[in-house]
Design a protein. Structure first.
Length: 433
């Protein structure tokens, strides 16, 4: 990006009510006494850095490296760039507000990052989790992996080996990167203690006969699914063969149906079962002698890679990513030859050794910014001081919104609708009534 473009971006943000701190020279060299040039491309490339105060303890930094536009055929190989990187830095010791993960009115649909920022009243927002996207026309926003919001687990960690996660304690704005998580959950009859293991959260259950038709041998080995679908995921539940038990606010059974598909009130949760699991769900949800209705409760365990239980509360948020970029100050990205490893727009998040949080976007697949590989993203993270960091969803999803203004250049013609977002709210966390 040329200096004039950098200044235009600075003026655009200033118009949104921000205050520019400094703009560096376009002749190259460090942007400040503590910054070194990004480890991207040839050493002689010019680099500019612009820092903007969003609030006490919250800063937006834009870095433009290289000045000549790239041709599409050179995006993957060029040493001349250009590259445009933006980072929101949050210092929990100074900033007054809260870092959270959020979605729209319900999780199953998708919304743009701009819409999610407006809906949640966020000062800053970026796209977050990998999500179902085009794989499900009914539930496109369903995270492909961990989705934890207000302490409620709405999407379980996936079985994919590449999945990693970030957890946030919104009371203190401390983040952690526990890697790949393990989840187990059962629905247990409060009176009898009999229970049934859940297979999924927020996914339509697979019907074994339909599974055969779709030629999905992995799913077909399952005798049937048991799925929990709270109204916060989607008020309309998947219809089809199987059974459905609807629970009220206290977990007591509201209805038991021998066919799936209903509309939930905001406080209700659906448990659906298919295949051989249908009988077990109907059994544990049946009222006993002298009871008006059965009541079920969830028994859930979320553990880290070492098997340690992760405590959660209404202040806990979590999103999923693919691959750890840096750990304890070392780049740890494995080598790979799939498209995920090549140059694309990127969104990633990390923390410094001092506990500051960095939320980063890298524009890509454009003449003005070619994008970075996973290994280049790890090197950029280290350059920005992020000793621990993970890669979030990227590509056409990569979007940063600041004070209602799109701050980056998305790779498509407009913002892509996504499943969830990582936001900084000017309001400190408070327990919902």
């Amino acid at each position: 990006m040329r200096r004039s473009a950098t200044v235009r971006a600075s003026r655009k943000l200033a118009a949104a009510g921000l205050v520019a701190l400094f703009v560096t020279s376009a002749t190259g060299g460090p942007a400040s006494s503590t910054d070194t040039p990004l480890p991207l491309g040839d050493a002689d490339l010019p680099e500019t850095r612009t820092a903007t105060a969003l609030a006490p303890g919250v800063t937006l930094t834009q870095i433009a490296r290289g000045s000549e536009p790239a041709k599409q055929k050179d995006y993957q190989t060029t040493r001349r760039g250009p590259w445009v990187v933006r980072m929101i830095t949050i210092d929990p010791a100074v900033a007054s507000g809260s870092l959270r993960a959020t979605y729209g009115p319900t999780l199953a649909p998708t919304e743009t990052v701009g819409e999610l920022a407006a809906y949640s009243g966020a000062m800053a927002a970026v796209n977050a989790s990998y999500f179902t996207f085009t794989a499900s026309s009914s539930f496109p926003g369903d995270p492909v992996g961990l989705g934890l919001y207000d302490g409620a687990l709405l999407s379980e960690p996936s079985s994919g080996t590449a999945e990693v996660s970030m957890l946030v304690d919104a009371r203190t704005n401390q983040v952690s990167f526990p890697g790949k998580l393990a989840w187990k959950e059962r629905m247990v009859n409060k009176r009898t203690g009999n229970g049934l293991k859940l297979q999924f959260l927020g996914h339509p259950p697979v019907v074994p006969s339909e599974c055969v038709k779709k030629q999905n041998p992995t799913k077909c080995r399952q005798p049937g699914d048991v799925v929990k679908l709270p109204a916060s995921f989607n008020p309309t539940t998947p219809a089809g063969k199987g059974v459905e038990v609807v629970l009220g606010r206290s977990g007591c059974v509201v209805s038991r149906e021998r066919e799936r598909g209903t509309t939930l009130t905001p406080v209700q949760t659906s448990i659906q079962a298919t295949g051989r699991e249908t009988k077990r769900l109907m059994t544990i949800s049946r009222a006993g002698e002298g009871e008006k209705k059965a009541c079920l409760q969830s028994s859930m365990r979320l553990r880290d890679g070492l098997g340690q239980r992760i405590a959660t509360g209404p202040w806990t948020y979590g999103v999923n990513g693919r691959f750890t970029l840096t750990r304890a100050g070392v780049a740890v990205v494995p080598r790979g030859n799939t498209s995920l490893f090549t140059r694309h727009p990127r969104t990633f998040v990390g923390r410094t050794a001092a506990g500051q949080i960095g939320i980063v976007t890298v524009d890509g697949r454009q003449p003005g910014s070619v994008g970075v590989t996973l290994r280049e993203a790890a090197q950029v993270a280290l350059n920005l001081g992020l000793t621990d960091s993970i890669n979030l969803d990227g590509g056409g999803s990569t979007t940063m919104v600041v004070n209602g203004v799109q701050a980056n250049s998305v790779s498509g013609s407009s913002q892509r609708s996504v499943g969830d977002a990582l936001i900084w709210s000017p309001t400190p966390w408070a327990r919902k009534p």
